[in-house]
Design a protein around this ligand. Sequence first.
Ligand SMILES: [Zn+2]
Length: 170
Amino acid sequence: MSRIAVREMDAAVDCPACGAPGVGGLDGCRAMLGRVGEREFSDPEYFRAHRLTVDAYSLQHPEQFMESSKSAAAHLAGMCWSMERGRSIHLPAPLKCWVDGPRKYACVTPPPPRARGTITVVDVVGAEDAAEHERRVEAWAQSAWAAWSDHWAQARAWVKEALEESRANT
Ligand SMILES: [Zn+2]
């Protein structure tokens, strides 16, 4: 088989983590994220969606981005905050303190869901403008968050803990 044929076969492979169709496996999927990230870093209007992008991608690729209980807690609690308390460009201060604080997470890394959401990074690439990009990332994040519904109670408990700690420290 020629090299080109092999490459074409690879390109048809779905991402084994998020299920993105025909992206060329995990590497191809990661390259898609790279394109999205480049766009977000090149334009402040696009950058507004960046934190949601990182959490959505992480929730759909927990084997790569949520391996430690700290990163699992950070992405789950971060997404929970975005979905239920409002969007922000940077991680809200109480959550940042909580994530960076000297703690041992009481909970081990939660077992990730098998279905990770029907909207993936391929649906986000190539938006016409920043507003459309934001809408696409929003839909993507909703999809990823919904897939983790078994873990919402844990995520909410972490957010609550962060808020309580923040209040206790002021
Ligand atoms: Zn993927």
